[in-house]
Design a protein around this ligand. Structure first.
Ligand SMILES: *Cc1c(COP(=O)(O)O)cnc(C)c1O
Length: 374
């Protein structure tokens, strides 16, 4: 019997995709190496854990799990609308903001379109573009970050969406409010600008772009944010966009009605109320970022200055060898070769203990590699 080539049946764009490389789960490493006390600094998760208010809320939701969630996410949208001074009709909820990014792609991009993003930008932009069979235009980075004038110059009649991550992952690079505003002002209104602010809460207050205020001026602007990072809810999958009501209306047509589960909706709403947890998360990140930066400086390890909850370091050694050796010491960081960052590793900023373990392990690993070279 002839076997059918299933791969050939997949959409052309899908055939070209590589499966997403997630950070290695701790359980897997524990199984493989028989290690315990593993430190995972690979997926930019919040080292403070889950706020107590959220934990109590999650427990309360369990009894209601027999019911479908609120398809409209009424209460969470109300809370977000109040927080940002927008209407609930401007908000689109997603199963993580990744879900929203995909909704945007499926709503606005077709095979004949071009999609602009920066070299070394978040992997989901090329992924959602390619899955549709559209043409991705990766504009060369400037100082590891977005080159906005070059991105503007890349706009053609076929451009439908521009993705911008601010701060960017995996580089941590940051665009000023002035530069962003100027850029968005010059993009044709027929091109959707997606401003991905997954790390917004970590940005220094004086540097935060007033992007939500810009929505009144730019009907083509979509801001995406998430509960996965500073709010500590990566496992629950909740993100959202804020946009014009026209855009939200379109996204909500494509959206699966129950894309946000009931526990996630309630937990996110509670997380918004827990100001102390958010403040503590940001404060911990800031202080530990300083500790790591001082360490890198002292060890002559280059790094890209970051406004996120992670730092990308540039090594003279083979980054995969360093990654593997760190794994054997029970520390998981993130290789970023797939982002065209061939000499780099991305390290999420952990708590004090985690960072200390990482720093000790890195010093050992680099010393060990130096010895084998000699
Ligand atoms: C982590 C991250 C997201 C958020 O992903 P979720 O799906 O909300 O967990 C979005 N954009 C960037 C650039 C990120 O790094």
């Amino acid at each position: 019997m002839m076997s059918c080539d299933i791969f050939a049946l997949a959409n052309t764009g899908v055939q070209g995709l590589q499966p997403y490389q997630a950070g290695k789960p701790t359980e897997e490493l524990e199984r493989e190496l028989g290690l315990t006390d593993i430190v995972k600094l690979a997926s930019n998760e919040n080292p403070l854990g889950v706020s107590e208010l959220v934990q109590a809320t999650v427990s309360n939701e369990i009894a209601g799990l027999t019911r479908y969630p609120d398809a409209n996410g009424y209460y969470l949208k109300q809370a977000l609308a109040k927080k940002y001074g927008v209407t609930a009709e401007q908000i689109t909820l997603g199963n993580g903001s990744n879900d929203v990014l995909e909704l945007i792609a499926r709503s606005f991009i077709a095979a004949e379109h071009e999609v602009i993003y920066a070299e070394h930008a978040f992997v989901v932009y090329p992924l959602v573009t390619q899955a549709i069979g559209a043409t991705g235009v990766a504009v060369p980075a400037k100082d590891w970050g977005h080159d906005l004038p070059a991105m503007l110059a890349a706009v053609t009649d076929k451009t439908r969406v521009i993705f911008i991550a601010n701060p960017n992952n995996p580089t941590g690079t940051f665009l000023t409010a002035e530069a962003l505003y100027e850029f968005i002002s010059q993009v044709p209104k027929s091109v959707i600008v997606v401003l991905d602010e997954a790390y917004f809460e970590y940005v220094a207050d004086e540097d935060k772009a007033p992007s939500v205020n810009w929505l009144t001026e730019f009907s083509n602007l979509i801001i995406t944010r998430t509960f996965s990072k500073a709010y500590g809810l990566a496992g629950l999958r909740v993100g959202y966009s804020i946009s014009s009501t026209d855009i939200a209306d379109i996204l909500n047509r494509v959206r699966q009605p129950f894309n946000c589960n009931s526990v996630a909706l309630a937990a996110a709403e509670a997380a918004l109320q827990d100001h102390d947890f958010l403040t503590a998360s940001v404060a911990l990140n800031n202080s530990q970022k300083g500790v790591l930066e001082a360490f890198f400086d002292a060890e002559n390890i280059r790094y890209i200055p970051s406004q996120g909850n992670f730092i990308t370091i540039e090594l003279v050694q083979d980054p995969l060898a360093v990654y593997q050796a760190l794994l054997h010491k029970g520390v998981i960081v993130r290789p970023v070769m797939g982002y065209g960052l061939t000499q780099h590793l991305r390290v999420s900023i952990g708590n004090e203990n985690e960072n200390r373990t990482f720093m000790t392990a890195l010093v050992d690993v680099l010393a060990g590699l130096r010895q084998t070279e000699q």
